[in-house]
Write a protein that binds this ligand. Sequence first.
Ligand code: ADP
Length: 180
Amino acid sequence: MTMLEIVRGDITRFPAEAIVNAANKYLEHGGGVAYAIARAAAGNVQEYIRISREAMKEQLGKDSIEHGEVVVTPALRLERFGIKYVIHTVGPYCGGVWNEDKKEKLRKAILGALKKADELGVRSIAFPAISAGIYGCPLEEVVKKFKETVEEFEREAKSVERVYLVLYSEGDYRRALEVP
Ligand code: ADP
C-alpha cells in the first residue's frame, strides 16, 4: 500500500489541499512550473515573487532556501480549486548528471515538503516532477525517488493521506507509469 498516486494534469488547478512548487533557491519563479503557479495564484508573477520572498524572510529569516528547507505561501486565486497552500521546495540541478548527491538533494526536497504538509494539517498534497524540467534530472530517476521518499514518509505521516505526483505531458505521464 502506498499513498502515492501518479496522475496526469496541471498542478495549477489540481484539487489537493497543498501543491508544491519546484522553485529555485531565491524564489524567482522565472520559468516552468514555478512561473505557471505564480501567474495562476496571483495573476501577476512579480507580485507572487514579492509575497514569496517576504514569506521566506519571515519563515526562514534569510533570502535563499537550501535543499530540504521549504517556504509556504497562500494559494490566493487557486483557492477556488480547494488549494490552501503552495509549498516551495528546491530540487537539485542535474544538467543530465545523476549521482548520490543529486539523489539525496531530491530526497530532502521531497521530504521537506511532505513534513511541512503534515505540520499544516493537510490531507492531500500534489507535486510536480521536481528537477525533471529545466534542472535536467532524468524523469525515471525522479519518479523512483518520489516512490522511495513517500514510502519513507508514510511511516511517520500524521495528517497527510494522499500524495499525488502530477505529470504535465502525456509523454511524461506514460514514462512515469512504466517506472517499477
Ligand atoms: P525544474 O527546474 O525543477 O526542473 P521545471 O518547472 O522546469 O522545474 O519542471 C518540473 C516539471 O514540471 C517538468 O516535468 C515540467 O514539465 C512540469 N510542469 C510544467 N508546468 C506544469 C504544470 N502546470 N503542472 C504540472 N507540471 C508542470
